[in-house]
Design a protein around this ligand. Structure first.
Ligand SMILES: NCc1[nH]cc(CCC(=O)O)c1CC(=O)O
Ligand SMILES: [Zn+2]
Ligand SMILES: [Zn+2]
Length: 331
């Protein structure tokens, strides 16, 4: 297994029936929606997030009753974000792969309660570092890429061991896809776990509500040295091709609505991969705010936004509207 070439490992991308459903193209369907969920370390939490309408931070004891009705309505996949509030953060993001931490415990709980639900995990350090950046830093505050990639790939491997069906690194460090794929293969998960890359993730103004929700705003500076400049179509295309070559099973574009051309580029450049897009917290809040201001009807606009993503080439949409679409869609 250890000698296997990274480009020869395809089964990680279709090991699960839900992952298989993303390998073809069609119109809007329930299985195209992946629901982002915030898991915190207060087991009884059900905390409203003021800037992110209808979303909460959930404690482990509340997770089953929260998910049960959604699964009954046809929820097929979730992506987990850890929000540690009671742990000690440090420079290397030690709590990220704490066996008792909220993500690893949630993976195990969901596998037990909902054996058919597909579990993706966001992999990043910003929720767990004391400085709030997505990687490890040099003395001067710049990103120290090599140890960052090593740490992030260890965290991804820990989520895989805990039972995640998919790991999704959002840190944007160069080289992380290859390093994660290598550790998945060496750990015996190459053919079992999907690697979804946030390949074209832009330094956007649309992450504000998420950073409130996750407590992951950087304590100094910004993320412009590792997230893409909004105008950088060329860099996005290079990152998409690079990540595909490094072994990504799914290519993601983030945010979505202002980056439909990049979704289309991803579909053109990697036509043989499922293409995911993340309708991020600020896009979601913006659609809510516009509806509240009487600019449009919420449901009509939610549909229009999702349909534009599919039209551009997305096969999978990460969206806080997932519960609504489970009500609105027939299948
Ligand atoms: N690596 C952190 C991360 N993972 C997902 C999001 C944004 C998701 C959203 O806004 O809904 C962010 C924020 C950021 O990069 O600052
Ligand atoms: Zn991060
Ligand atoms: Zn992240």
């Amino acid at each position: 297994m250890a000698s296997l070439e990274i480009s020869s490992v395809l089964q990680g991308g279709y090991q699960h029936p839900v992952a298989r459903s993303w390998q073809g193209r069609r119109g809007l369907a329930k299985s195209m929606f992946m629901y982002p969920i915030f898991i915190t370390d207060d087991p009884n939490a059900s905390t409203v997030i003021p800037s992110l309408p209808n979303q909460r931070r959930w404690g482990l004891n509340k997770l089953e009753e929260f998910l049960r009705p959604l699964v009954r309505k046809g929820l097929q996949s979730v992506i987990l974000f850890g929000v540690p509030l009671n742990c000690t953060k440090d420079g290397r993001g030690t709590p990220a792969d704490d066996e008792q931490g909220p993500v690893i415990q949630a993976i195990k709980l969901i596998r037990r309660c909902f054996p058919n639900l597909y579990i993706a995990c966001d992999v990043c350090l910003c929720e767990y570092t004391d400085h709030g950046h997505c990687g490890l830093l040099n003395e001067d505050g710049s990103i120290n890429t090599e140890p960052s990639v090593d740490r992030i790939s260890d965290v991804a491997a820990a989520y895989a061991r805990a039972g995640a069906h998919c790991v999704a690194p959002s840190d944007m460090m160069d080289g992380r896809i290859m390093a994660i794929k290598r550790k998945l293969i060496d750990g015996g998960f190459g053919n079992k776990v999907t690697l979804m890359s946030y390949s074209a993730k832009f330094a956007s103004s649309l992450y504000g509500p998420f950073r409130d929700a996750a407590g992951s705003a950087p304590s100094f500076g910004d993320r412009k040295c590792y997230q893409l400049p909004p105008a950088a179509k060329g860099l996005a295309r290079r990152a998409i091709l690079r990540d595909a070559n490094e072994g990504a099973d799914i290519i993601m574009v983030k945010p979505s609505l202002p980056y439909l051309d990049i979704i289309a580029d991803a579909a053109e450049l990697t036509p043989d991969h499922p293409i995911a897009c993340y309708q991020v917290s600020g896009e979601f809040a913006m659609i809510h705010a516009g509806a509240a201001a009487g600019v449009y009807d919420l449901k009509t606009m939610a549909y229009e936004s999702a349909e534009s993503m599919v039209r551009a080439g997305a096969t999978l949409i990460l969206s806080y509207f997932t519960p609504e679409f489970l009500d609105w869609l027939e299948v």
